[in-house]
Design a protein around this ligand. Sequence first.
Ligand code: ZN
Ligand code: ZN
Length: 123
Amino acid sequence: MLSRLKTDIKERKEEDQAREREQRKLEREIERLDEELQLEEDMLLEQDEERESGVPEEELTCAAITSKGVRCGRNVLPGNNYCTIHEKVEQQADEVQCSHIKSNGKQCKMKTKNKSGLCYYHD
Ligand SMILES: [Zn+2]
Ligand SMILES: [Zn+2]
């Protein structure tokens, strides 16, 4: 009986640890996305300045940040801030995976457009 209780406690501790790890991973991911967003905002400002200083539309480059952390060098779509590739990504990006971590330490698989990043179920 006692050993069974001990196993239970141990399992619960492991669950907690898994959840904490998951949480930290999520926080790091959010931090990274924040930095990327900040960088992209800078790029959009840079692009604005280029526009204002008379750079022709066909010479403007996409404001998106690539996976290497640098500004995408492709030409923008007419009247747009992004190239063909990143314009599509932008559109898909407003739907994210629910950030709720379930009791089993796994992330909820629901997609959401809520600002909170949580699906209707967990919001
Ligand atoms: Zn691009
Ligand atoms: Zn959810």
